[in-house]
Design a protein around this ligand. Structure first.
Ligand SMILES: Cc1cc2nc3c(=O)[nH]c(=O)nc-3n(C[C@H](O)[C@H](O)[C@H](O)COP(=O)(O)OP(=O)(O)OC[C@H]3O[C@@H](n4cnc5c(N)ncnc54)[C@H](O)[C@@H]3O)c2cc1C
Length: 328
């Protein structure tokens, strides 16, 4: 097959392991490349090559490039943007895919501005139209509508993909692995590292289970219950805006229009009324479980499962039931 197109992917990693969302981006890139006779080049920036190279190939990469420099071990936008621009000069990407994480969104904006090319952020679907145009679907107006965008003009066309949306099993693929030490200029020393400020270990935008609490949780001390449920299910804790405004939880936990957008497999809304601004950040979750003492709460209109009751009683009952099921 003659290669007509190069699709680049940035593999994000944390503490030496690729983030699950990067495997999603790889499989989306593979599907895109197959439709446009392209090859997928995965870029991994770090101080060391990763043992996961074969997994990246299995997930769709034709080439995995480890770009090695001690200052790339942790993300800083100066270093990563510089290295990415260099890689674009080398490989002439037609499409460049990143995850719509904080870092991915920041980098996609920087690349778009520096290269003078278009960017579609937070995409939830990618397809090739009958006319052969690559199109991306992204939510707009706080998730109330979807916009389908087509790229024109200079390349690369840059896309960031929403986590937890592009899941695919590994492909049977073959590929090559490259390793290269790269030089970074002096400016790279300005930012040494970015410190994460998150309430729980997992980032809520990447978690597959999110247990969120609203004012109906009644106080910051009761969030211990939500933390217990989240940790039991390998998830993260989220919150409504008033909870964050009250200082019960950190802003990094806030879900909604002025917070973060999540698309987990399972979203628990505990004591959350379901205002449109909150729904804007979680309505694309695959399964929504609402716990609310008011049977008429708006959250029940988007919930797959609704439990009418006091969150302080329902959550411990859920914890007991999950513990029992998980132990058997
Ligand atoms: C411009 C703008 C942007 C905004 N951005 C966001 C945003 O990003 N995210 C966000 O969340 N909000 C946002 N808001 C605020 C939003 O409009 C709502 O005010 C907010 O989501 C309500 O939070 P809540 O559900 O925790 O509280 P409430 O609306 O007060 O709801 C509390 C719920 O708890 C239930 N309850 C009470 N006691 C119990 C109990 N014991 N057990 C179970 N349930 C109980 C009640 O029945 C009620 O439904 C924004 C608003 C504006 C104007």
């Amino acid at each position: 097959m003659s290669i007509e197109c190069v699709v680049g992917v940035l593999i994000e990693h944390d503490q030496g392991a690729a983030k699950p969302v990067s495997f999603e981006v790889l499989s989306a890139a593979r599907k895109l490349a197959d439709q446009v006779s392209g090859k997928v080049i995965a870029l991994y920036f770090s101080n060391l090559a990763s043992l996961e190279a074969e997994d990246f190939i299995q997930q769709g990469a034709d080439e995995v490039h480890f770009l090695i420099n001690p200052n790339l071990q942790k993300y800083t936008h100066e270093n990563y943007a510089f290295a990415l621009l260099r890689q674009h000069k080398k490989h002439s990407f037609d499409y460049f895919l990143l995850s719509a994480t904080n870092n991915g969104k920041e980098l996609s904006a920087i690349l778009s501005a520096q290269l003078g090319v278009g960017v579609a952020t937070d995409c939830i679907s990618l397809f090739v139209s009958e006319e052969g145009d690559v199109k991306a679907v992204r939510p707009v107006f706080s998730g109330k509508a979807y916009s389908t965008v087509r790229f024109t003009g200079n390349k690369p066309h840059i896309l960031s993909l929403r986590p937890n949306v592009f899941r695919d099993s590994p492909f049977s693929n073959q590929g090559e692995i490259f390793e290269e030490k790269i030089h970074l200029p002096e400016f790279s020393q300005r930012a040494q590292s970015i410190v994460k400020q998150v309430g729980s270990q997992l980032d809520i935008t990447e978690a597959r289970v999110v247990v969120s609490g609203g004012l109906g949780v009644q106080g910051p001390e009761n969030f211990k219950l939500l933390e217990e449920l989240a940790s039991l299910l390998g998830g993260a804790v989220g919150a409504s805006r008033p909870v964050v405004d009250n200082g019960w939880r950190d802003y990094s936990n806030q879900v909604g229009q002025t917070g973060r957008t999540v698309s987990p497999d399972l979203y628990f809304a505990c004591g959350i009324s379901g205002a449109v601004q909150h729904l804007a950040g979680m309505s694309s979750s695959r399964c929504i479980v609402a716990i609310n003492s008011d049977p008429n709460a708006a959250i029940f209109s988007v919930a797959d499962y609704g439990i009418v009751g006091d969150a302080a009683k329902v959550i411990p009952a859920l914890i007991r039931a999950f513990k029992k099921t998980l132990s058997s």
